[in-house]
Design a protein around this ligand. Structure first.
Ligand code: ZN
Length: 108
């Protein structure tokens, strides 16, 4: 299997996993609040991190989808900012990486 094919398999697996987690969070958020008002306060508070998790997941799903689109477009492994090759070791850790290490450092 080529590195590109392997990256695609990993990204597709990651996407599935992220979607399952997103669905689980959506289900949790949909859960009707407990009728007991003292319980309700606790549940509302618990919803805050869940919503943050949902936002984070949505962002990750976006990154993975864009990486898959770059595979289709033949630009996978190139930095979206400077066009340099992204180090294979970096793609190994983060197959959805869109920036080379230099640009990623500048972003933060
Ligand atoms: Zn770059």
């Amino acid at each position: 299997m080529t590195d590109l094919a392997r990256a695609k398999v990993r990204l597709e697996a990651a996407l599935e996993e992220l979607k399952i987690r997103q669905q689980r969070i959506a289900d949790d958020l949909d859960e009707p609040l407990n009728a007991d008002s003292s319980e309700q306060a606790v549940e509302v508070q618990d919803d805050v991190p869940l919503e943050q998790q949902a936002a984070l997941l949505a962002r990750e799903i976006g990154s993975v989808n864009r990486a898959l689109a770059r595979i289709e477009a033949g630009t996978y492994g190139q930095c979206v900012l400077c066009g340099d090759d992204i180090a294979p070791a970096r793609l190994e850790v983060r197959p959805e990486a869109s920036l080379c290490i230099d640009c990623a450092r500048k972003e933060h």
